[in-house]
Write a protein that binds this ligand. Structure first.
Ligand code: NAD
Length: 270
């Protein structure tokens, strides 16, 4: 039987959450976790069909869902989306900043336009979302922002990740600065740093490079790649009052990757 005191720690009933990247992967998994805990949702993505699918799943849980096609690299589209949120939900208690991709390229070759596009997707987009949500949350005196970074926020991946790593590093400092400025006024800001979580892009890269899956696994002591649902528990913790005194935290969700030195040995091997 469920413990009602325990349930109430994670209860999001009566709260509104906005999740970007909600059409698939981590964003969809976070949206569904919030809806199961009772939240109503605004959902943002460039994939309109995927958004509708996520919205349908949320409504099937008995929650309200408002999908908005929005490219997070464009501040005008973000602001328009917040107008929809204001009209339909009238509040924002949780922001999950998940959408946005990087462009790969060797440091000596990558065009500056690709670096700039990556920065717009991951840094300007996340910051503009934080600013719009933060203004509303500060006025309400409460809120929780969850920024998705990456293990590339704090370690170097190589393989052409320079633009992505620079941007994801900025996401960590954005999180720390915003937490420092806002948490005294009730707005907590935390970051989750995933290692390799299976998604369409990763599947394609592993299919093109047969050794890649094993290379990833050789640095994941937990012994498997991540799945989008692996984010559910941590996301719900950070979104809810269960984490009332956790802010400015940068939390790996990585099967142990960041704890492992490249020269170490995992899984009881030699
Ligand atoms: N999957 C991983 O291994 C991994 C690891 C570390 C960090 N991340 C980061 O987590 C985030 C989500 O990754 P995922 O695995 O869920 O990927 P995913 O491809 O399953 O989902 C990403 C979603 O974001 C949407 N999107 C992309 N660019 C957008 C834009 N400019 N505006 C609005 N929507 C946009 C896509 O349509 C897609 O629905 C990304 O920022 C990614 O860099 C992923």
């Amino acid at each position: 039987m469920a413990d009602s005191r325990f349930d109430s720690l994670f209860d999001l009933r009566g709260r509104a959450a906005l999740v970007s990247g909600a059409a698939s992967g981590l964003g969809r998994a976070m949206s569904l976790a919030f809806a199961e805990a009772g939240a109503d949702l605004a959902l943002a993505d460039i994939d309109a069909a995927g958004l509708e699918d996520s919205a349908g799943r949320i409504r099937a849980l008995g929650r309200r869902a408002f999908p908005v096609a929005c490219d997070v690299s464009d501040p005008a589209q973000i602001r328009a989306m917040f107008s929809v949120l204001d009209r339909e939900l009238g509040r924002i208690d949780v922001l999950a900043n998940v959408a946005g991709e990087g462009v790969l390229g060797k440091p000596e070759e990558i065009p500056l336009e690709a670096v700039e596009r990556t920065w717009r997707n991951l840094v300007l987009g996340r910051f503009c979302m934080c600013q719009e949500a933060g203004r509303r949350m500060l006025e309400a005196g409460r809120g929780s922002i969850i920024n998705i970074g990456s293990i590339a926020s704090v370690t170097a991946l190589g393989r052409g990740h320079v633009a992505y790593s620079m941007a994801m590093g900025a996401v960590v400092q954005m999180t720390r600065e915003l937490s420092t400025e806002w948490s005294g006024r009730g707005v907590r800001v935390n970051a989750i740093l995933p290692a390799q979580v299976v998604n369409r892009g990763l599947e394609a890269r592993m299919a093109a490079d047969p050794g890649l899956r094993d290379r990833f696994l050789s640095a994941i002591p937990r012994g498997r790649l991540g799945q989008p649902d692996d984010v559910r528990g941590l996301a719900l913790l950070l979104a809810s009052d269960a984490s009332a005194w956790i802010t400015g935290a940068v939390i790996p969700m990585d099967g142990g990757n960041l704890a492992t030195n490249a020269g170490g040995t995992i899984g009881g091997g030699p």
